[in-house]
Design a protein around this ligand. Structure first.
Ligand code: ACO
Length: 374
């Protein structure tokens, strides 16, 4: 191999592995299709963001109404999928349930070809199915009757209704919507890349989303929001948290919810979400949780000069909203499936098989030894 071909970057760090018009991640900005994520977080619903990611432009009012109607039309799960959700052992993590559920739903999708309009149809189906899968599984685990979706609710409010059987409060709806907007898209992160690799072989949309769900599950990626809550939950005071983190960092333990492959000056999404940690801690009468949150953050900064990523505030925000920790990463899927599908469509439109090379580190060539002589 020539020296140029042999350029090697462990973990593909810093490698430009493809082009995208969907999202721009830089130190000083995060844009979805050119729109600043801060503006979207302030003004847009998740459904507007999903439309923007999938179609490239913000929807007009009639386009948005039609998009919501299409999603509402796909919320109900096939009976056979519900039966499988009942059959999965209780202790299975929600991310594994979701991986199986999305895979199963793919078999019920009638859109056969992978052309652009069929990909959009499948994208809407999977977008609608994910919150239903999480909600139905939660109802089954709680031994409660399943609820019919209520057309017309926002994506966030619909999930809360189908999972918990009550209307979302305005604050719950606003904050869940905000996290969905912040989680919707982030260029060539590990799960999106997995989806694009799968798509590049001309496999189907559901296969690509399943590959992405499996990739997001790990605690170095989306699984960090749940792991961050478990970390915070260990402590009841700032000084206790500080002492533990100092010792952990001495031992080179990774602190979940901190660090990022791209961001050096902090994660835009964490800055946007963080004020809600203090607001919700106060509203829920648990100010010590915010104290622990800030103590861990300050200690990691003092000792390692590392910022939190979006998963750090999000874990605690989801806790304050009353969601069980096992669904935190599944809620990330509920959002990111919009970005994954946008990338799957983009990959299809300008496809080339993604197939890098490896550097061989095994034994030098050697002669075969017959079985009897070994
Ligand atoms: N806690 C403690 N030290 C850390 C952390 C952390 N969370 N993250 C990075 N570091 C340290 C490393 O130990 C290393 O230090 P050293 O040079 O003294 O050995 C240095 O920072 C560089 O770290 P790498 O692991 O090489 O950075 P990389 O870019 O490979 O990792 C990653 C990025 C995986 C996100 C990492 O920061 C991490 O494991 N964080 C915790 C898990 C997490 O929060 N993941 C969510 C990411 S955001 C998302 O997926 C939505």
């Amino acid at each position: 191999m020539s020296a140029e071909v042999e350029a090697y970057h462990p973990g593909l760090e810093g490698v430009i592995a493809g082009e995208t018009a969907i999202c721009c991640v830089e130190q000083d900005r995060l844009l979805y299709r050119g729109y600043d994520v801060g503006d979207l977080a302030r003004h847009a619903s998740f459904e507007e963001c999903a439309f923007l990611l999938l179609h490239g432009e913000l929807p007009t009012a009639p386009e948005l109404a039609l998009f919501k109607k299409q999603i509402d039309g796909e919320r109900e799960l096939p009976g056979a999928v519900v039966e499988v959700l009942r059959a999965i052992p209780r202790q299975a993590p929600m991310m594994d349930v979701l991986r199986t559920g999305v895979s199963l739903c793919g078999n019920f999708s009638s859109a056969k070809s992978q052309g652009a309009s069929n990909l959009l149809t499948r994208a809407v189906r999977v977008l609608a199915a994910v919150p239903s899968l999480i909600a139905v599984r939660l109802r089954i685990l709680a031994g409660k009757p399943l609820l019919e979706p209520r057309p017309g609710l926002s994506h966030a409010a619909q999930f809360i209704y189908m999972a918990f059987g009550r209307e979302a409060t305005a604050l719950e709806e606003k904050i869940l919507n905000l996290t969905l907007v912040l989680y919707a898209e982030h260029e060539y992160n590990a799960s999106t890349f997995a989806a694009r690799v799968c798509t590049s072989t001309l496999s189907g949309l559901h296969s690509s989303v399943v590959a992405a769900i499996g990739t997001l599950k790990g605690p170095l990626h989306g699984g960090a929001n749940e792991a961050a809550l478990h970390l915070i939950d260990q402590f009841r005071s700032g000084p206790d948290a500080r002492a533990w983190v100092e010792e952990a960092l001495e031992k080179k333990v990774k602190i979940m919810g901190f660090g990022h492959r791209v961001y050096r000056n902090g994660d835009h999404r964490a800055f946007i979400l963080e004020p809600y940690v203090d607001e919700l801690a106060k509203a829920r009468g648990e100010p010590w949780r915010a104290e622990v949150y800030h103590a861990i953050k300050q200690t990691v900064w003092d000792k390692k000069k590392i910022h939190p990523n979006v998963d750090y505030p999000c874990g605690l925000v989801y806790y304050f909203l009353g969601f069980p920790p096992d669904i935190f990463t599944a809620l990330f899927v509920m959002a990111r499936v919009s970005g994954w599908c946008a990338h799957i469509i983009e990959q299809h439109e300008n496809n080339r098989l993604i197939r890098p090379r490896s550097r061989y580190t095994g034994p030098a060539p050697r002669a075969y030894v017959a079985l009897a002589a070994r």
